[in-house]
Ligand binder design. Sequence first.
Ligand code: GDP
Ligand code: MN
Length: 377
Amino acid sequence: MNLFEYQGKKLYKQYDIPTPTSIFIRSQSELANQESLLFPVVVKAQVQVGGRGKAGGIKLVSSHDELKTAVNEILGMDIKGHRVESLLIEEASTIIKEYYISFTLDRSVKKYLMLLSAKGGMDIEEVAEKNPEDLIKIYISPSEGLTEETIINAIKDANLDPEFTNEIKNIILKLYNLFVAGDCDLVEVNPLAITNNGVLALDSKITLDMNAEYRHEEFNEFEADIPIPDSEAFAKSKGLNFIKLDGSVGIIGNGAGLVMSTLDVVSEHGGKAANFLDIGGGAKAETVTAALEVLESDSNVKSVLINIFGGITRCDLVAEGIVEATKGKFLKWPIIVRLDGTNSKEGLKILSQFKNEKIIISESMDEAAKLAVKESQ
Ligand code: GDP
Ligand code: MN
């Protein structure tokens, strides 16, 4: 589960990681009884998407009047399809340097991975691509942990300001503690800044490992504060395993593994998936109907790719579902269908007899993905 910045910063405070003094608000009226913050302050849109600054979602203000205006402007704003429902208002600092630090899990080597860079404040993927030598990678064995010596060497290798080595080392130890004891899949601070008020974690991107929910009461509280998209709520009510993504190719498949590889093939062909949707094994006609209804509720969808490999799932029932869901209806987008496995012949026959020109049958997963991507552009 991905946390909002304000939630991540609650965890920072719990783990004694220095971060600016702040208040969290959901409406302009909550500002009235608030006089404790020292100006200037930074108003920050709480949305789970990067590059808020560039999008106008972060503003530095130096008076109460300016603050009111900024709150008015940013609340309700749309940032890359995310509506701003709440704000974090933080005491501003003068930034001298911006660094990057993160902890993640690298499953392929069964170790934690710490990334450290003097090039903070910007897109770290860009640093990794253009200046990979500026990104220091430290693999940590979970059983051995992270030593002070390793951290000090990493700080040196990353060319961080030596004057702050000790302070940064202590923060890194605390972040590592949050990552491990807090059961996180990701802790990313970008920027970790040297400021006139010392070294501060100015941003927070945290993903919690929900398998550890049973030992963290706070996970439930965080979860309750994260709104789920309407389409996800609708899918849940229909018993479908659905996750909304940002692309335009709607995906329906059976089995999590097949759906994941379908997402990969779509991206290999230069497309972006609009969602993850697994109709599961043994899916019946009404499941397919519900799945198509879920995709209809997402206006980003421009084409739909149905990728079925029938085992327990019978392709003829899936085909019936497609017919049922689309009969006599105006289809907003083309549906590219690939049916293989149990009763695929019968399924394909049902679809070809149905004769709907918006439904395109494809022989292979690769060809189907290519077509769906083309149709989505
Ligand atoms: P992101 O763009 O969504 O990653 O949001 P960040 O929280 O990382 O903020 C983006 C940028 O805003 C930072 O890199 C800083 O340059 C600036 N910023 C954030 N907090 C402060 C602050 O307290 N003071 C100043 N002067 N700038 C800040
Ligand atoms: Mn950031």
